[in-house]
Structure formats: structure tokens, C-alpha cells
Design a protein around this ligand. Structure first.
Ligand code: 3PG
Length: 397
């Protein structure tokens, strides 16, 4: 895979694919981690004398412009973080983009509007994707891929464009791959995995894969209730995926065969409704009242999880333990974050939600070994899948 060192970019226009898919509240960015993570590669390219055209997506628009998915707020934030002029093009490859690119002074950046406003970006049809990739490629001389969070997508600006221009990986992709390789090829044991997030069905392949690799799996988040139910406990009004119960029972059996320890919470913060102001109490995980729903792991579970993590040499954490955005249900996520920090293990936080959680709860990013910008991309990497956006760079162009 070529890197920035292998590409001649001086005096050239570089199309840079970044992952700037950040959470927004209206036009307020609630976590700018991915924007900040894109800055080192942009600066490196500017320092090498390139003009940088950034392509990125936001959310999942349906192939046409939608104001709520505009990258305009991201352009503003990027301008604050860079020591270079940042112009926002109000389209992807149309008149605005072409004019902005033609007028680029030295040491400048143009951010194109959301590439998913063009149906060609995500098209299943190779020709439709290729046609959009051709238009993007026409804007630049070189392609640098750095949007790690999107490399599992076979999209025009991630995959096809790399076959049309001299292409290489940026600093973020290099850093992410180096860390994730450590977890797949060369893991220091004991290897503990903490999984949270709302649904088991989103994590099926990764759990099946980790069952063959990890020494212990600690389960929190909405998905824990399907595990509790699979063990025969009632879960009240908590999130439950009935159709996954047999799969989860299969995981528990496989874990027992392999000697993998599944650690489930012993207490739960259960509320009368999904609201920060709802009446809530800590209950035993084996006795969740019928009229309550679990919204976080309880304090004893936080201690149990931290204790289990204290002996690990490697920890991978994906997914919050509870509804951390609401203070009454943030304790479990806080306890796990602190458990990672207090352990001597090499710690990796993966997944947009858990990365956002550690920052929003006020933890110092530098206290963790690595905070991945990839959600689905890091999980698919750990599953051992081929990621199109990385494979195309390996093939080289
Ligand atoms: C992410 O948020 O994980 C990436 O930006 C990819 O977004 P997507 O799941 O909408 O393709």
C-alpha cells in the first residue's frame, strides 16, 4: 500500500477522502473527533506543497441534496482547525466545485459538499459509480484515501477513484490499520473485549469471530438484555431481540466450549420510561420489574467489569454500556472508560458512539491506547473481512 511518502504531490491537486461523518444537533457539531483526526494528513499534504480537495459524506442522504446533511458546518470547523484557507463548494462535482478548485491558491483546501448527494457515490451498479468517480478524478491529479471509517464501503469516492488516479493511504488509515493489525495478528493476552450498543443483530459477525479470539467478553448496552433473557431471566420492558435468542444461546455454548468467559452485568439501572427524568432505580439483573426498562448497567456491574479488565493485557471496547447521553444512565460507560484507563492493558476504543462517549464524559483521549474513528469499519476489520477501500490501495495504482 502506497503512503504519502510514495506519492509526488508537490504543486499538485490532491483529492483526499476523509471521514467527516460527525454527530450534529441542528448545525452544531456535538463531537468533532473525526474532523480533528483528518487534520494531520491535510497538514502533511499542504506542507508538501499540495492543494487539497476534501471529499466526504455526512449521514445517509438518498443520492440527492438534503439541507440537514450538508457539510457546511464541518467546513466551518475545519477552517478553525487548519492554518490554511478552507473554501466550501456547494456541490460535489458541479459548477461550484469546479470553480472553487480552479481558483485554489497555494496552501489551500476546498471541501466538497456531501458526496452522497450524488447517487453515483453509493450506486450498486459499477458503471454509475464509475461515472461519478470519473467526475471526482477530473478535479485532481492524485488520490489520498484517509477516511478510515468508510473503507468498508465500496463507494465511488472510497473505492473506484483509487483505480483512476495515482493513489495512496493517508496518516489516519496507516495508524488505524497498524493498531487493528495488533488486535488480529499479534494480540497480547489476556484479551478482553467489552461490547455494548443497542442491538445484538448489529454485532453478530463480530461476536462470532471474537469468540474464537478473545479470552473474555463483557456485555453491556441494550444488547445485554437479549443475553439475560437467553439465560432465562425476565427483562421487563427492556430492549429485547427475541429473534436472536437462539443465536445468543449458541454464543454462550461456544464460549463454554472454548473457555471464553462471558461477563454479564449483575445489576441494572431500570427506569419507568426512556427519559432522563423518569423514576429509576438499581435492580438485580435477575429481577428486572415487569414495568421497567434497563437503561444502564448498575454500579456493582461497573465494579465487576473494571475488576475483570484490571488483569487484561489487551482491551477492545465497542459500544456504550447505557444511554450515556442522559446523566442518570452514564455511570456504566464511565466505569468502563475508567476501567480501561486504570488497567495496564493496551486499550482500543472503537466505534463512533464509544469514542464520542469518552470525549463527552470528559475523559482525556490520551489516556487510551487508541481511539478508532471507525465504527463499522473497525468491526469489519476485526471480523477479518476484506475492506474494499483498503483492498484497492493494496492492489495499487
Ligand atoms: C460511520 O459513521 O461509521 C462511517 O462514517 C460510515 O458511515 P455509513 O455507515 O453511513 O456508511
Amino acid at each position: 500500500m502506497k503512503t504519502l511518502d510514495d506519492l509526488d504531490v508537490a504543486g499538485k491537486k490532491v483529492l483526499l477522502r476523509s471521514d467527516l461523518n460527525v454527530p450534529l444537533d441542528g448545525d452544531r457539531i456535538t463531537d468533532d473527533g473525526r474532523i480533528r483526526a483528518s487534520v494531520p494528513t491535510i497538514n502533511a499534504l499542504l506542507d508538501k506543497g499540495a492543494r487539497v480537495i476534501v471529499a466526504a459524506h455526512l449521514g445517509r442522504p438518498k443520492g440527492e441534496p438534503e439541507a440537514k446533511y450538508s457539510l457546511a458546518p464541518v467546513a466551518k470547523r475545519l477552517g478553525e482547525l487548519l492554518d490554511a484557507s478552507v473554501t466550501f463548494a456547494s456541490d460535489t462535482v458541479g459548477e461550484s466545485a469546479q470553480a472553487a478548485v480552479a481558483a485554489m491558491p497555494e496552501r489551500s483546501v476546498v471541501l466538497l459538499e456531501n458526496v452522497r448527494f450524488n447517487a453515483g457515490e453509493t450506486a450498486k451498479d459499477d458503471a454509475a459509480r464509475g461515472a461519478f468517480a470519473d467526475q471526482l478524478a477530473a478535479l485532481a491529479d492524485v488520490f489520498v484515501s484517509d477516511g478510515f471509517g468508510a473503507v468498508h464501503r465500496k463507494h465511488a469516492s472510497v473505492y473506484d477513484i483509487a483505480t483512476r488516479l495515482p493513489a495512496g493511504a493517508g496518516l489516519l488509515i496507516q495508524a488505524e490499520v497498524t493498531v487493528l493489525k495488533k488486535l488480529t495478528d499479534d494480540v497480547a493476552r489476556p484479551y478482553a473485549v467489552v461490547l455494548g450498543g443497542s442491538k445484538v443483530s448489529d454485532k453478530l459477525a463480530v461476536i462470532a469471530n471474537l469468540l474464537e479470539k478473545a479470552d473474555s467478553i463483557l456485555v453491556g448496552g441494550g444488547m445485554l438484555f437479549t443475553f439475560l433473557k437467553a439465560q432465562g431471566f425476565e427483562v421487563g420492558k427492556s430492549l429485547l431481540e427475541e429473534d436472536q435468542l437462539d443465536t445468543v444461546k449458541g454464543y454462550l455454548r461456544r464460549a463454554a466450549e472454548r473457555g471464553v468467559e462471558f461477563v454479564l452485568p449483575i445489576d441494572i439501572v431500570a427506569a419507568t420510561e426512556f427519559s432522563a427524568s423518569a423514576d429509576h432505580e438499581v435492580v438485580s439483573a435477575s429481577a428486572i420489574p415487569a414495568d421497567r426498562l434497563g437503561l444502564d448497567i448498575g454500579p456493582e456491574s461497573g465494579k465487576l467489569f473494571a475488576n475483570k479488565l484490571s488483569t487484561a493485557k489487551t482491551i477492545f471496547w465497542n459500544g456504550p454500556m447505557g444511554v450515556f447521553e442522559m446523566e442518570p444512565y452514564a455511570g456504566g460507560t464511565r466505569a468502563v472508560a475508567q476501567g480501561l484507563i486504570d488497567s495496564d492493558a493496551f486499550t482500543v476504543v472503537g466505534g463512533g458512539d464509544s469514542a464520542a462517549a469518552v470525549r463527552q464524559l470528559g475523559f482525556d483521549e490520551a489516556s487510551f491506547g487508541h481511539i478508532s474513528t471507525g465504527g463499522g469499519a473497525s468491526l469489519e476489520y476485526l471480523e477479518g473481512k476484506t475492506l474494499p477501500g483498503l483492498a484497492v490501495l493494496e492492489e495499487g495504482n
